[in-house]
Design a protein around this ligand. Structure first.
Ligand code: DAH
Length: 339
């Protein structure tokens, strides 16, 4: 029996020394110390021993059990330490590795031009105001001197929500909202989205952007309008650009004009961009109609002012020589990353 016990001890020692992981260790524990294990099996036979032999063999058996138990414990600690060390080694960070370059976002071309435009007007003392995209008939038409049956309403194919509520077709209603809230002097621009029921093509979209301008004070004249727009055009298109005011009609201004600039591409000789004209139309403007002023509680005998409306898509297309407006809204990354 003594030899059997010694054999178990040395077999266990060998097996434990080569165990590779905690799972294998557990298998060995069961094999040697478990209820059906080898050591238990030997000890079950102790009953057959003589009373003299029993304590001697019992002591040896206890020593073997203690030996295996502490060997198991030692091996477990060793395996755990090794595993922790390996984990740390695998997690080492090589700080000399090249970094991952973050993808930089860019401003949309419409945003670039709008930001430039805002800077130019802020530099002339304007502040920026906003109005709602969903408007009432009153602000979009009526208060701008376009009564219900006015033919000019037909030129702006309106998205009606109901008889009275619509998607604004122009940023001009922000003029009215501003004059209702603010007493002169007023000097604001109002950029924003506008909506018209137009089919999509290279120059039309049912959603586009305008920048409205409004100046009201005592003694404002057409000369102030011309001077302001000249500074704006020179800053945006360069000092050599010439301006031309063409008589036009807008219900909310009197007199009204459209402004052309000399073609920035050919300088006025005529080319593809200006379609051989030498001039490019860039905005509508005029002196605020006395009826509009009065409707907002501003006395036309005391105050006068000018207004203008600029199309942001057109302006941006000229600025970057873009020939199709759809590019602004398709979000093709190959287009957007050029700016
Ligand atoms: N609201 C006009 C349009 O959408 C543009 C415009 C013209 C605005 C003359 C103005 C202006 O403020 O004075 O066609």
């Amino acid at each position: 029996m003594k030899e059997q016990l010694n054999a178990i001890q040395s077999a266990a020692a060998t097996a434990l020394s080569t165990a590779k992981d905690l799972a294998e260790l557990e298998t060995l524990r069961v094999k040697y110390l478990g209820k059906k294990g080898e050591l238990t099996a030997v000890m079950k036979g102790m009953g057959k021993l003589s009373p003299e032999e029993r304590p001697i063999i019992g002591q040896i058996a206890n020593e073997v059990r203690n030996f295996i138990e502490s060997a198991l414990e030692d091996k477990k600690t060793a395996l755990e330490t090794a595993a922790a060390a390996e984990k740390i080694a695998n997690e080492t960070i090589d700080v000399t590795m090249p970094g991952k370059r973050p993808c930089m976002g860019k401003k949309h071309p419409l945003t670039i031009v709008l930001d430039d435009l805002k800077d130019i007007f802020i530099g002339m003392g304007f502040s920026i105001v906003e109005g709602p995209d969903v408007e009432t008939d009153y602000y979009n038409f009526e208060a701008l001197n376009l009564p219900k049956d006015h033919p000019a309403r037909d030129t702006q194919d309106t998205f009606y929500i109901d008889k009275n509520i619509l998607l604004r077709t122009q940023t001009s209603p922000v003029q009215i909202r501003t004059m209702e809230k603010q007493k002169p002097p007023i000097r604001v621009i109002a950029p924003g989205r506008v909506y018209r029921s137009d089919a999509v093509d290279a120059t039309h979209s049912p959603v586009f952007h305008q920048i409205e301008g409004l100046v009201i004070d005592k003694g404002i004249t057409m000369a102030d309008l011309k001077g302001t727009l000249e500074i704006f055009v020179h800053k945006l298109y360069g000092n050599d650009t010439r301006l031309r005011f063409r008589p036009h009609h807008f219900p909310f201004t009197e007199p009204s004009a459209e402004v052309d600039i000399s073609c920035f591409n050919c300088g006025g000789k005529g080319c593809r961009i200006c379609k051989g004209e030498g001039w490019i139309e860039i905005l509508g403007c005029g002196m605020v109609h006395p009826k509009v002023l009065r409707g907002c509680g501003i006395a036309p005998e005391e105050y006068s002012g000018f207004a203008f409306g600029i199309g942001l898509e057109r302006t941006t297309m000229f600025r970057y020589d873009i020939d199709d407006l759809r590019l602004f809204f398709e979000n093709d990354i190959r287009f957007l990353e050029q700016f």
